[in-house]
Design a binder for this molecule. Structure first.
Ligand code: HEC
Length: 142
C-alpha cells in the first residue's frame, strides 16, 4: 500500500457513514460483509475510511493476527495527494492523539474491528453531519 493508492474517498462506495473500496477487485465481496447484519471478515485489499485522514486496509491472512490483518494509517491529504504519516497495527495514533488499535480492538469479533455505532468501541465526539462534511471536503476530489 503506497501513498498514491489512497484517493478521493467520495469516489468509493458509501455504506452508512463510511466509505469503502477494494484495490484487488473484491469490492462486491467487501460490500456483502459491510451489509451483512451478522458481520463477517472483509476480503484482502479492502480499504475503509470514515474521514480522509484515517484508513484501515485489510492485508493478507496471517499478516497481523493480533489485529485481524488490518493495517491502520494516519494520512495527510492535500490537493496534491496523500502523504502517509504513520502506518502499522498497535502504535498508530490519529491527529487527536488517540490510538487506533485501542479503540478498534473493542469492536465485538463478528464486526472485524469495524466500530460504527453499537459494536463496542468508545464513541467518536462527532455527529453524522460533521463526518459527512469532512468527507465532502476531501481535498483530493476533483
Ligand atoms: C476514540 C476511539 C477511536 C480512535 C482513537 C480511532 N477510532 Fe476509528 N472509529 C471509532 C469509532 C467509534 C468509529 C465509528 C464512528 C461512527 O460511525 O460514528 C470509527 C470509525 C473508523 C473507520 C470507519 C469504519 C468503522 O470502524 O466504523 C475507520 C476506517 C477508522 N475509524 C480508522 C481509524 C484509524 C486509522 C485510527 C487511528 C489513526 C482511528 N480510527 C482511531 C473510534 C476510534
Amino acid at each position: 500500500m503506497q501513498a498514491e493508492d489512497f484517493t478521493c474517498i467520495l469516489e468509493w462506495e458509501k455504506v452508512r457513514k463510511f466509505r469503502i473500496t477494494n484495490l484487488l477487485g473484491h469490492t462486491d465481496e467487501a460490500l456483502e460483509v459491510a451489509n451483512n447484519p451478522a458481520g463477517g471478515t472483509y476480503p484482502v485489499g479492502t480499504v475503509i475510511q470514515l474521514i480522509p485522514g484515517e484508513a484501515m486496509v485489510k492485508r493478507a491472512a496471517g499478516w497481523a493476527p493480533d489485529n485481524s490483518d488490518w493495517e491502520f494509517f494516519a494520512l495527510d491529504v492535500t490537493a496534491e495527494g496523500t502523504t502517509i504519516m504513520a502506518r502499522g497495527t498497535q502504535d498508530v495514533v490519529n491527529g487527536f492523539g488517540g490510538n487506533c488499535f485501542d479503540c478498534h480492538a473493542k469492536a465485538a469479533p463478528q464486526w472485524d474491528r469495524i466500530c460504527e455505532e453499537g459494536h463496542g468501541c468508545d464513541p467518536l465526539p462527532f455527529t453524522p453531519e460533521q463526518i459527512e462534511m469532512v468527507q465532502m471536503a476531501d481535498p483530493r476530489c476533483p
